[in-house]
Design a binder for this molecule. Structure first.
Ligand code: GSH
Length: 217
């Protein structure tokens, strides 16, 4: 099996966390593709042009990060991150919320690559508002998460990924769409999330990183 992605050492990558938890990280080959590069080969793997993409052992492609996570989790017989009971619905809501923060962060960033005078500021502020509202919702969830640090699921994975990505790329601080964004740090107004994030950073699958140098191009 092969994972096609863009590893960033600082970023908690959801597909790597799930593969690590399933103990199959050693069975995966890695290939870097940067979707926005002119000569990118991502189109050979995903008609939607996005990373991560994945090739199953039977040679069939999978894409959509969460679909890849769900596939990798089928190898995790000991403690699956997508539990097969009623709790899955809260977990999936948290999963989509975390992943949505990542998506909104990416969209603001990509828009900010244009000349500032060409920015669609209304669109960027709308994406910013999604991040703020999603953080607020996860702040409430994190209060419960802190009481059960022994539990770990896909909602935790996408949230940790999103929060680390907001540190890696901080388009809210970079773009300063509103005045209070000068020193934006998601942790400032989200004490539960901040405490939870600091604790979860100790988990081996969350600590695990692959750097660009470790991956064949
Ligand atoms: N939530 C999505 C995010 C995928 C995504 O947006 N990846 C970016 C990473 S830079 C990408 O490939 N963008 C290329 C594009 O939007 O065309 C997933 O997990 O599949």
């Amino acid at each position: 099996m092969k994972l096609i992605f863009t590893p960033n050492h600082e970023y908690i990558h959801k597909v790597l966390v799930v593969a690590h938890e399933a103990k199959i990280i050693d069975k995966i080959k890695f290939e870097i593709q940067v979707p926005f590069d002119e000569d990118t080969k991502i189109w050979n793997y995903n008609p939607l042009g996005k990373v991560p993409a994945f090739i199953k052992p039977d040679g069939k492609p999978l894409f959509g990060g969460l679909v890849i996570c769900e596939y990798l989790d089928t190898f995790n017989k000991a403690s699956p991150l997508f539990p097969n009971d009623e709790s899955i619905w809260d977990i999936k809501r948290q999963m989509i919320t975390g992943d949505g923060i990542f998506d909104a962060t990416t969209l603001i960033r990509v828009e900010s690559w244009r000349e500032k005078s060409d920015w669609n500021k209304d669109y960027m502020i709308r994406e910013r508002s999604k991040i703020m509202r999603a953080l607020k919702m996860l702040e409430t969830d994190a209060k419960e998460w802190l009481k059960e640090m022994n539990k770990f699921h896909i909602g935790h994975v996408t949230t940790a990924g999103a929060l680390s990505y907001l540190y890696l790329r901080n388009p809210i601080q970079d773009c300063k769409l509103v005045t209070e964004d000068e020193n934006f740090d998601w942790a400032n107004n989200h004490p539960n999330l901040k405490s939870w994030y600091n604790e979860i950073l100790e988990r081996p699958s969350i600590k695990f990183r692959i750097s660009k140098e470790d991956v064949k191009n």
